[in-house]
Design a protein around this ligand. Structure first.
Ligand code: BGC
Length: 453
């Protein structure tokens, strides 16, 4: 046993990180266009104005995906490209771009997976209050309708939000990401609630206007924990730390259950409701019904996790990482076990097929004298992580697919172009692409459906 026969092997990107063409063909401004122009916000003053220029080079990129044997491509729609003001008038050039991309993917046997929101809110909506304005539910609904009407004749798979934790915490409470605000706790919880309702609205609208039955999920992130051993008390503390600890509001910002429980189970975690009562917005029964739409799968981005064990009284103990613990270029720890334990935990809790919607690493790659990119560490990273995922699949966790982050090097948000996460190397001076060794390695994994791991 290992991966299912129809397992989806893919790679992911996001619009602002790869498209470029920020000021072309009728596209409206989004919050990242504006954020990057502000001094000191993004490493080296980098912007996504050109990025990987996928807007002009999508056909070449699809050919590279084909060469890598990818079965699916997860990309996001740049909201302001198709609705320059966020609502109202549609930009035909934006619709045409995504139509071309989708057609090109399908013509090459690659399944498109659309993410509706990967952080690039139209600036016009930001000026109206953005996610803090409850009207965002209607705006997002209108946007979802445009997507359903134009793309759902060919696209069957959708994710509403990518990592809401990240754009809310870093964008609205931390001034690290766009739009660079530092709201307080009340606004934080209001935004969470608005985003959850927007998710629900989009699911309803997508199903209503889709031209064929579609499958929908979302792609959160979180702070994750896994047990040091197989002992039930260690497993229990890891599970509890992942889903049930609500000590501080800051902690809850990275807490997966705060957003996933309402969507997957129809209620916020009790402990958080009690603990944060004084900051919470009004939460009605109707709100919860809207948020709790039946989904087809559970998406989850997972990069690393913290190893824990039960102390003498059964309390949580964090297992200290030894000095010199493996880490990636961006300083994230290498903890392959998270792809065994977390899918298991999520499957038990939410009981839906799981997609790993992102997983991967940044490394200091360059083109060697032989013209190739020998990213040995990335191969080792993926190998270790995928072996763990395979083990989970072998033990009956229903894993539908896996998307490597990322298809190609791209604009890494506040870190600009200083981090390379791709399986394809991008030379930002020439826009030349080179499939890295990891990309060829992944091709083999796909060919063997992971049997060679
Ligand atoms: C995001 C990606 C990002 C990646 C690496 C995730 O948080 O969804 O957009 O590039 O991780 O930081």
């Amino acid at each position: 046993m290992g991966f299912k026969r129809d397992f989806i092997w893919g790679a992911a990107t996001a619009s602002y990180q790869v498209e470029g063409a920020a000021y072309e063909e009728g596209k409206g401004l989004n919050i990242w266009d504006v954020f990057c122009e502000q001094k000191g916000k993004v490493f080296g003053g980098h912007t996504g104005e050109v990025a990987c220029d996928q807007y002009h080079r999508y056909a070449e990129d699809v050919q590279l995906m084909k060469q890598m044997g990818l079965k699916a491509y997860r990309f996001s729609i740049n909201w302001a490209r198709i609705l320059p003001d966020g609502v109202g008038e549609i930009n035909p050039a934006g619709i045409a771009y995504y139509n071309h991309l989708i057609d090109e993917l399908l013509a090459n046997g690659i399944e498109p997976y659309i993410t509706l929101y990967h952080w690039d809110l139209p600036y016009a909506l930001h000026k109206k209050g953005g996610w803090l304005n409850e009207e965002c539910v209607e705006w997002f609904g209108e946007y979802a309708k445009v997507i359903a009407e134009h793309f759902s004749d060919r696209v069957k798979f959708y994710f509403t939000f990518n990592e809401p934790q990240c754009f809310i915490a870093l964008g609205y409470c931390g001034d690290v990401h766009a739009p660079g605000l530092q709201y307080g706790y009340r606004e934080y919880f209001q935004i969470c609630h608005n985003v959850l309702k927007s998710h629900g609205k989009a699911v309803l609208v997508l199903r209503k206007y889709a031209k064929q039955p579609v499958q929908i999920g979302f792609a959160p992130t979180g702070a994750f924990y896994f047990p040091e051993t197989n002992k039930s008390e260690d497993i229990e503390v890891a599970r509890k730390a992942t889903f049930e600890e609500f000590d501080t509001v800051e902690g809850s910002m990275w807490h997966v259950a705060w957003l996933s429980d309402p969507i997957m189970l129809g209620h916020y975690p009790e402990e958080g409701l009690k603990k944060f009562a004084k900051y919470l917005p009004k939460i009605t029964k109707e709100d919860m019904e809207l948020i709790y739409q039946p989904l087809d799968f559970y998406g989850q981005n997972i990069y690393n996790a913290v190893k824990v064990r039960a102390g003498k009284e059964g309390e949580l103990e964090i297992v200290k990482r030894y000095d010199g613990f493996p880490k990636t270029a961006i300083d994230w720890p290498v903890t392959p076990e998270c792809l065994y334990w977390l899918p298991k935990f999520f499957y038990e809790r939410y009981q839906k097929p799981i997609y790993i919607t992102e997983n991967g690493m940044s490394s200091t790659d360059w083109i060697s004298l032989d013209g190739k990119v020998h990213d040995y560490h990335r191969i080792d990273f993926y190998h270790r992580y995928l072996k763990e995922l395979k083990q989970a699949a072998s033990e009956g966790v229903d894993i539908a697919g896996y998307f490597a982050w990322s298809l190609m090097d791209n604009f890494e948000w506040a870190k600009g172009y200083s981090e390379r996460f791709g399986m394809i190397f991008v030379d930002y001076n020439t826009q030349e692409r080179t499939i890295k060794d990891s990309g060829y390695w992944y091709k083999e994994v796909i060919e063997y459906n992971g049997e060679n791991l």
